[in-house]
Design a protein around this ligand. Structure first.
Ligand code: SF4
Length: 178
């Protein structure tokens, strides 16, 4: 077993005070960097960032990050859910590591989308609900991982479902854990 013990912390992200969402973080006592290319090979939509020794993944609306000594998840509805989610992720890492002889590790990464590529998929109404003066300003910040797709409320409307799905497939979002 790769991860035998870890310290678990569940909290409301300080960057979202008063939010009814929770984040959880497991601090590890061992370096799991070598497991990341195996996870990259098996997790659909994962983004491997070798220079940061990190892997970012989105699962069921939860933002997940695997780092050398830490696993984190955010955007979870309640404390129990956050704890359960994180325990599931630790099991996933251990299972993947145990199966590594059957998996071809994937060291490839994905390019960040340009602000223009993102802008083309936004509602382009400049409604300012995201706190930015224009959709293009939002696109610049989203491309730099300074904003999240959830910060644009209109994208949740059914008429933008196709655009949201396309954005989710190209945007690299880091978990918002403070
Ligand atoms: S909330 Fe969305 S639609 Fe409104 S300005 Fe921001 S990016 Fe554009």
């Amino acid at each position: 077993m790769l991860i035998e013990k870890y310290d678990l912390e569940v909290f409301t992200p300080p960057c979202e005070p008063g939010a009814e969402r929770f984040a959880a973080r497991a601090r590890l006592t061992i370096d799991i960097s070598e497991a990341l290319p195996y996870l990259n090979a098996t997790l659909r939509g994962a983004v491997y960032l070798p220079e940061a020794q990190a892997l970012i993944w989105k699962k069921g609306g939860h933002n997940i990050a695997f780092h050398a000594y830490e696993v984190a998840t955010s955007n979870v509805e309640d404390r129990d859910g956050a704890e359960k989610e994180l325990k599931g992720l630790i099991d996933l890492i251990n299972r993947t590591w145990e199966r590594r002889a059957e998996i071809t590790p994937d060291y490839t990464t994905r390019q960040r989308p340009t602000p223009m590529a993102i802008f083309k998929l936004l509602p382009q109404t400049n409604c300012k609900q995201c706190g930015e003066p224009t959709c293009y300003t939002f696109a610049i910040k989203l491309a730099a991982s300074q904003k999240q797709l959830a910060d644009c409320p209109p994208l949740a409307e059914p008429i933008y479902a196709d655009k949201l799905a396309a954005l989710e497939s190209i945007v690299i979002e880091a978990p918002k854990i403070g």
